[in-house]
Design a protein around this ligand. Structure first.
Ligand code: ATP
Ligand code: ZN
Length: 865
């Protein structure tokens, strides 16, 4: 159907861009729906001209030669406000006819498709048989050369049509002179037009109202049909299609399907509708619903045409050749109307519609009313319409179109025949895009169109719009261009990141990943792109078109070990993707997954359904090197090993990221990360140190440590510091030993710990005792944090609370005393607290309960070196 290109417009690229931008900017990003104005804009592009806000402008070809418009540019501009496009409900040829215009005069006119500002001007000699209306038409007369009578006949309804006859060539020829429909739209939309129409139309608010109007019969009948078929039929057409160069229209408009054959991916709907036509079982209300950009509006138009098509071969309706098709596709048909839902809510419009629907068709078999975006009809409108249904002519057919079925009243649903338009599948979209590229002479990478298809969420229109934009960017539609437009990471950036991750460059991996996720892409997208690129590499997809980066990458990763690493990486990413779906901390877990890619052995993130956690601590509680522990299953061993690796990797990255070298080495040598848990958006990192001095030192730097964690994990972090005493590393002095024994409980709004954390473990190989004391609890909420430290002196009880509020991150202050036994503000929702209590009491308690009382987390058997 390439023959049915738009013939009328030669819009400069800048205008197309502006129009595209407008269309896109008017689209609601959440719903992907067009705003009211956007829909008007979109409607403008519909080419049958019935509801597209396009009114006809006629030129008396007999007059055009001495038309002064060429000499009168100023007037032309002055008339711009009335040029070309008049919204639905406004003046049209049919109304002119209805208002008693001389048909012969009308037939002598040629459509001024869209007035060219340069060639438009007033025609002083124009007749004013329709009063102002006529003047309007005449005023906008275009400088169009004379055409033969036969051409006149063929073009009598020469609205902006694809199914063009010789007029197509004419308009095509002159198309390059005409202005952008967008421009005209902007100039002419307004309610004044509607009022104006109503005034002239005396109560009939519907565009192209046909009541009381004699049918216009032009000179073109069967002979015209043969001579100037409107629809092409496999090369039989002699439609003159203007070259693409002369038609800079949006691709989605240009490739709007005009027959059932051209519809993509809606086979069931098409089959049903064709069968309806074939059997003549036409019902009064059809409801087309489904996601946006899947062909509902196009199908409603095709169906409307098919209902009235005169072709004997029902399966080929609409044929595009019969007089009905011709007048339909030329926009001159009076028995098919597209209604503006918003306007229909006005009582006068609604009355007109009801009146019109009660009358028999003027000339066609059926009167078809297409109500697009019908979810915009008000309850009252629905009520009136439904009440009037019985009074409608049996030849009236309503096609309701919506993408928001749930907004329609139930009784509407129950009274209509419903057709669901499904999302178009990616393969069909990319086929269609490839065809368009070929027809348009656009160079393209198959990968690019595949990518566009995958990003268009089943909407062919969205895909076409993307392609359109891309085709404006450069000569060739490449995948990297598509990435740029759509906001994904380029191949080069991906490979760069992958390279870093595989080479264990932890800090740079983290930095790069975070950069990408900050500026370009969401973690889900990044992970799927990474997986794709790895699959390509494993599958040996290294083509001549490979970029230098890819070739470099490939040469570096050819060994068996590297390939193993890649397949392991794929596994890690695919596991992580599953986890990411359920997680609110996608950035964190993608980073953690990336940090694991350098492992050549298979590993994955340990998770449970609700919360992702990495706890080698918990897992090691079942370690078999501690007698009495249950024997671990293979899976547990596997998980334990991998979790441990992950935690170690995270710790390494965190320490690497610390800005001070001394802190870096202190943390790495003296401390360790024993557990990392993410719960409800907060990562809880438990650190272990082995002397109180180290704990104190770490405490002092807790802010830096928290920052470092934050930048690795990308979420709020709560840090817990544990003091671990093992028999293998006894305290140096009694004083030091005494200070180690603290009973601890900590509480917070998020998690309430009231555990001694005192654990004594014994075992043949594990001949040491560990006593873990959680002696600090820190909370870091982004950069907004206030920590309050309280230490008691006399009874060795101290308390530190850390509260997040809007305050300054550095406002750390000490409060001198906290009475023993005070459990702290547990109920204070914003305060996290911890407390130390004197050694003796808790120690005794703990020792008494040594064997039976293991509360909270169990520490690993392996002591840190
Ligand atoms: N199934 C399809 N087959 C062929 N082209 C399609 C199809 N769906 C959409 N298109 C393309 O998208 C454009 C818009 O389609 P159409 O207006 O029919 O979609 P829609 O479902 O009515 O969308 P909306 O709900 O946003 O109005 C068409 O001009 C056409 O280029
Ligand atoms: Zn037909």
């Amino acid at each position: 159907m390439g023959e049915f290109r738009r013939h009328s417009v030669d819009v400069p690229i800048t205008r197309t861009l502006v129009a595209l931008r407008r269309v896109r900017s008017l689209r609601d990003p959440c719903t992907n729906s067009m705003s009211k104005f956007a829909s008007l804009l979109e409607n403008v592009k519909w080419e049958t001209g019935s509801n597209n806000g396009i009114s006809l402008q006629f030129v008396n070809h007999a007059e055009h030669d001495d038309h002064p418009c060429k000499a009168d540019d100023g007037d032309c501009k002055a008339d711009d406000a009335r040029v070309g496009l008049v919204p639905f409900g406004s003046y049209s040829i049919m109304e002119e006819l209805e208002n008693g215009c001389d048909l012969h005069k009308l037939s002598n006119r040629v459509l001024n498709v869209e007035g060219d500002a340069c060639s438009r001007s007033k025609s002083p000699s124009s007749e004013r048989s329709c009063g102002d209306l006529s003047v309007k038409g005449r005023d906008l007369a275009c400088n169009v050369p004379s055409i033969t009578h036969a051409e006149n006949g063929a073009s009598r309804g020469g609205y902006r049509t694809h199914y063009s006859t010789n007029l197509a060539s004419l308009v095509g020829e002159y198309g390059s002179h005409v202005g952008s429909p967008m421009t005209s739209t902007n100039l002419s939309y307004g309610d004044e037009d509607v009022d104006f129409v109503n005034e002239c139309n005396r109560g009939c608010g519907i565009t192209y109202c046909w009541s009381r109007t004699p049918r216009y019969r032009g000179s073109n009948h069967s002979s015209d049909v043969e001579e100037y078929p409107l629809l092409s039929g496999n090369g039989e057409s002699n439609v003159v299609t203007p070259s693409h160069e002369t038609m800079s229209r949006s691709l989605s408009q240009k490739y709007r399907p005009r027959s059932f054959d051209e519809l993509v991916g809606q086979e069931v709907v098409v089959k049903c509708l064709l069968s309806t036509i074939l059997r003549g079982r036409i019902t009064s209300v059809y409801l087309f619903n489904g996601p946006r950009g899947t062909g509902k509006t196009s199908t409603s138009k095709i169906f409307a045409a098919a209902l009235n098509c005169l072709s004997q071969a029902a399966h080929s309706r609409p044929c595009g050749l019969c007089s009905e098709c011709k007048s339909y596709f030329s926009g001159s048909i009076r028995d098919v109307k597209e209604m503006d839902s918003v306007k229909l809510n006005r009582p006068s419009y609604l009355r007109s519609l009801i009146k019109s629907a009660s009358l028999r068709p003027v000339s066609s078999r059926f009167k078809v009313f297409i109500i697009d975006e019908c979810q915009l009809l008000s309850q009252e409108t629905w009520g009136t319409l439904l009440n009037s249904l019985d009074s409608f002519s049996q030849h009236s057919v309503f096609i309701l179109v919506t993408s928001e079925l749930e907004k329609l009243p139930r009784n509407v649903l129950s009274r209509s025949q419903k057709y669901h338009f499904s999302k178009v599948c990616d393969a069909e979209i990319s086929n269609k895009l490839a065809k368009i590229c070929m027809e348009e002479g656009i160079d393209f990478d198959q990968g690019a169109v595949d990518f566009i298809a995958s990003k268009s969420d089943g909407s062919l229109r969205d895909a076409e719009i993307m392609l359109d934009q891309l085709s404006l960017l450069g000569k060739r539609v490449t995948t990297s261009l598509a990435y740029k437009l759509i906001g994904v990471v380029s191949d080069d950036e991906l490979l760069d990141l992958l390279d870093l991750a595989l080479s264990s460059d932890t800090s740079n991996t983290v930095i790069r990943a975070r950069e990408l996720m900050k500026s370009k892409i969401d973690p889900m997208q990044l992970i799927s792109q990474l997986a794709n690129v790895i699959m390509d590499i494993i599958a040996g997809k290294s083509q001549e078109s490979s970029s230098a980066t890819r070739l470099r990458f490939l040469t570096r990763h050819t060994s068996e070990e590297e390939l193993n690493k890649l397949s392991n990486a794929l596994k890690i990413l695919s596991d992580a993707e599953k986890h990411l779906r359920a997680s609110k901390n996608q950035t964190t877990w993608l980073t953690v997954a990336l940090l694991q890619l350098s492992n050549s052995e298979s590993s994955s993130l340990a998770t449970n359904e609700n919360e992702m956690s990495l706890k080698n601590v918990d897992l090691s509680s079942t370690s078999s090197d501690c007698p009495g522990d249950v024997v671990k299953s293979k899976t547990e061993e596997y998980l334990e090993k991998n979790c441990k690796e992950t935690v170690e990797t995270v710790w390494k990255t965190v320490t690497d990221l610390c800005c001070s070298d001394s802190l870096k080495s202190f943390l790495w040598k003296r401390g360790r990360l024993v557990s990392l848990t993410v719960d409800k958006g907060v990562a809880i990192a438990e650190l272990e140190f082995y002397t109180p001095q180290h704990v104190t030192r770490a405490e002092k730097s807790w802010k830096l440590i928290a920052d470092s964690f934050q930048s690795v994990l990308g979420c709020n972090v709560e840090i817990r510091m544990n003091l671990v005493i093992s028999a293998c590393s006894p305290p140096k002095s009694a004083k030091a030993a005494a200070s180690l024994f603290f009973g601890i409980f900590s509480c917070s709004r998020r998690m309430l710990h009231k555990s001694s954390y005192l654990t004594t473990r014994t075992g043949s190989e594990c001949a040491y005792e560990k006593q873990a004391v959680t002696n600090s609890l820190r909370s870091c909420q982004g950069n907004v944090l206030r920590a309050r430290s309280v230490r008691s002196s006399a009874n060795a009880s101290s308390r530190m609370s850390s509260a997040s509020d809007e305050g300054d991150a550095n406002s750390v202050m000490c409060t001198p005393h906290m009475p023993p036994g005070d459990k702290g503000p547990e109920d204070d929702a914003d305060v996290l607290c911890w407390r130390r209590t004197p050694l003796g009491k808790d120690r005794g308690e703990t020792q008494n309960n040594k064997s039976s009382r293991i509360i909270g987390r169990v520490l690993p058997c392996t002591a840190a070196s």
